[in-house]
Design a protein around this ligand. Structure first.
Ligand code: ASN
Ligand code: ZN
Length: 318
């Protein structure tokens, strides 16, 4: 049946839907209307003016610039993960178009979500190659869009670190879903392949082993804690949102690997339901832990105990 599956894109100007035809186990033809992405990639041409010129839209063929195509494919991978794993139609759950700008700024060493679109720098070529190379980075940035339209976690202190961590979870799930990986097969790295060879490091962050992603002469050592006892009190980075996210990141990776199988079906579903339930915008780690455990109990007792054990292992609950 899978081999017989065909997807017909019925395109309309501002709305894309796909008619999916498949053969079920009885040999009957099944027709379903599935959501489909509406992607637009813009080129800032190394300026900081947004959004830039349109260089590829949903119905276009790949273009000569690989950065554009990587962004386009990464947006598609994120869209498909959200739809397949959580039946979520785009970032807002209502088919919002997906927009991204590439070649932002000169030697720009970051990628970010600006509240309505993804923006990618090219990297300076010394520390970073382009930011479109990593699907987990693309899923992370779009993840900020999902969080913004759901719990709206305030971007400072623990709620900010949860915002960062859930963006990493969505980034990792996007990559695992694209590659068809189980939790055991996954790298649990965010931003693999975006450092140049000159950097002594594997990625920006490791969800399973926070604090071990890089140890470089120039960059220093990965500062992420893996346990509440090492929580970093700082006024920088909105209270260390990219640092303390290591703690809930490790809880997720521990739960997912303990459960096994595809992470989006067990731990991922619990995290998603907690995010889209009655989570406060100022939730701390403890509130989020309790809500993921409650969500997990609706999935099954194995998932529930794995999620509880994971939060205990990182010192968030007792
Ligand atoms: N890449 C970073 C992030 O998405 C950008 C930032 O710190 N605003 O968190
Ligand atoms: Zn982020």
């Amino acid at each position: 049946a899978q081999a017989a599956r065909q997807t017909l894109i019925a395109g309309r100007p501002a709305f894309h839907a796909a008619l999916e035809l498949s053969i079920d186990e009885n040999g009957d033809l099944v027709a379903e209307v599935a959501a489909a992405p509406t992607r637009t990639i813009f080129d800032a041409q190394n300026t900081e003016t947004l959004p830039g010129l349109i260089v590829r839209t949903e119905d276009d063929e790949p273009v000569a610039d690989d950065t554009v195509n990587e962004a386009f494919e990464g947006l598609g991978a994120t869209f498909q993960m959200l739809l397949d794993a959580f039946e979520r139609d785009s970032l807002d759950g209502a088919g919002a178009p997906l927009n991204a700008t590439v070649h932002y700024g000169e030697d720009y060493d970051n990628a970010f979500w600006d509240g309505s679109r993804m923006v990618f720098g090219d990297g300076d070529g010394e520390v970073f190659v382009g930011f479109t190379r990593s699907v987990s980075v693309i899923g992370h940035e779009l993840g900020h869009g999902v969080i913004q339209s759901t719990a709206g976690l305030v971007y400072r202190d623990q709620s900010g670190a949860l915002n960062e961590s859930i963006a990493d979870v969505l980034g990792a799930l996007t990559e695992q879903h694209l590659l068809g990986q189980t939790a055991d097969q996954a790298s649990w790295l965010i931003g693999e392949g975006i450092f140049t060879d000159a950097v002594q490091g594997r990625a920006l962050r490791s969800m399973l082993e926070p604090g071990t992603a890089y140890d470089d002469d120039e960059l220093g050592k990965d500062p992420q804690p893996a346990h509440m006892r090492d929580y970093v009190q700082t006024v920088e980075d909105n209270g260390g949102v990219h640092i303390n996210s290591g703690i809930p990141n490790r809880a997720f990776a521990l739960a997912a690997t303990a459960i096994g199988g595809h992470a989006w079906q067990g731990a991922g579903l619990a995290w998603y339901r907690a995010l889209t339930g009655d989570l406060s915008s100022t939730a701390d780690f403890t509130e989020f832990a309790e809500k993921t455990i409650a969500a997990a109990s609706g999935i099954g007792s194995t998932v529930e105990s794995a999620v509880r054990d994971a939060w205990i292992a990182v010192g968030v609950i007792e």
